[in-house]
Design a protein around this ligand. Sequence first.
Ligand code: SF4
Length: 177
Amino acid sequence: MSYIGARPTEFDDPDPRFPFPHTPTPPRCQAEPQMFDFVHGDRSDQNRQATEERLSRARLACSGCPIVRDCLRWALVNKPVTKTGLFAATTPSQRTILRKRMADRLGPDWIDVLARQDQTRRERAAAARHTPPTVDQARILRLDLEVNGGPLPLHRLITPEQQERNRIRLMASVTAA
Ligand code: SF4
């Protein structure tokens, strides 16, 4: 999803250091944004059961999303544009708890720490592009070409079994939060 599907407010912009992860096809939250539309309190609808069912459906959709991990990271660092809504199966209050955990682990400037980490990775990747591959890397590349017709794509389609594993992990983490 581009961040257009992430339902930003019209007053805030996402942090340009963290571009939203690319997906070859639009994720469910972009196709059906109303399903992911939750506010603080999360269950304040008059029809509580319908809200719970919608929440379950949205979480199931996130569990099958190929960019769920990167989506969560993006939602955590971009608090101003993710005050409402379900992102990577987390509600706003759950993300608040996860942000506190990040601050406990990495310090109050944890977002800057992540940005520096990303920058270092990009610089290393750029340097690697200008460095001839080692014998082992060249072997792996040849093998990829023989077996898969090229390097594996970054975000592969996931199987129903992987989706189920994702769903269980997501539910465990959001319950813990
Ligand atoms: S994980 Fe969920 S909220 Fe994030 S892009 Fe995928 S479907 Fe959308």
